[in-house]
Write a protein of this length. Structure first.
Length: 295
């Protein structure tokens, strides 16, 4: 299976954006069936460049994450990336996870510190890692993997020193071996542009910085997501959502239009690709890429 860093290089050379989708392991057999038999086949029609599968809080979906990545690669021939976190794992346990992933044909890993299952303060596991750069270093030492990591245009919610300090830490993490960055969701493109320009112009970062896009499908849901991750909802966006607050279908249609305009501006201003947080649904992502002529 291809390395994602090579996919990004190929798309950049061709002057085309790299398109990727993110899925999460469902909690029920019905969810498993819907994802694998309906939503992924629908999204495969869009010919994405790769996809990723999340890792539950505290590593709670470790085996299932690897199972889904392996099935996507075998069944659809699509390069898939496994998320991996430092939570509730020693270094030896993480090495075991990586060894199992490689045995399954998984060569791409998104290295994250991760969040504890309780949602409380992160505490490093004895014999494990406190910071994601340490996980990046471990993965880099393998020599056969492509490594992604996360970036936060508005700064990480846990970084009390400010977003520029957070961005400096991201730059050092890239120096440790990360090949590309996928950003947290955001709704004000100026946040992404400031993030990108600071990293590239002030900190010398050259790897792709891929915007993470979450199509809005519910007012309540997007408010919960942004509160959890520390992203902001611009006032004008909130006002538009409130107008449609009791009509999820109207919110979904507005979300498609908003994301279409947001992405058009990002691509016009040089974003190297798009990573869609699909929420295991196909409809909005298909519509948005269709609107942009990227389907």
């Amino acid at each position: 299976m291809r390395l994602i860093r090579d996919i990004h290089e190929e798309k950049h050379a061709a002057g085309k954006p790299c398109i990727s989708f993110e899925f999460f392991p469902p909690r029920t057999p019905e969810g498993d069936a819907a994802l694998m038999e309906k939503h992924i086949p629908e999204l495969m029609e869009l010919k994405p460049d790769y996809c990723s599968v999340t890792y539950g809080a505290g590593g709670s979906t470790r085996d299932k994450t690897a199972d889904i990545v392996e099935e996507i690669q075998k069944k659809h021939g699509l390069t898939a990336m496994m998320h991996l976190t430092c939570v509730n794992a020693t270094k030896d346990e993480l090495l075991s996870v990586v060894g199992d992933a490689k045995a399954r044909g998984i060569r791409n890993i998104l290295a994250l510190r991760g969040d504890p299952p309780s949602g409380g303060e992160f505490v490093a596991t004895p014999g494990g890692f406190e910071f994601s750069y340490q996980l990046v270093e471990m993965l880099k030492s393998d020599g056969s993997l492509s490594i992604g990591t996360a970036g936060f245009p508005e700064g990480h919610i846990a970084c009390t020193e400010g977003k520029e300090v957070d961005w400096e830490r991201l730059a050092r993490k890239i120096d440790c071996g990360a090949d590309f960055v996928i950003t947290q969701l955001f709704f004000d493109n100026e946040d992404y542009f400031r993030f990108r320009d600071h990293l590239t112009q002030n900190l010398g970062v050259t790897v792709p910085l891929i915007p993470g896009i979450l199509p809005i499908i519910s007012t309540g849901l997007i408010k919960r997501f942004t509160q959890l991750c520390g992203a902001k909802l611009p006032d004008l966006l909130v006002a538009e959502l409130e107008k449609r607050a009791e009509d999820d279908e109207a919110v979904k249609e507005f979300g498609i239009e908003f994301a279409t305009q947001q992405i058009a501006e990002l691509l016009k201003n040089g974003a190297p690709g798009l990573h869609f947080y699909t929420l295991n649904k196909a409809h909005s992502t298909k519509r948005i890429l269709g609107n942009l002529g990227l389907a």
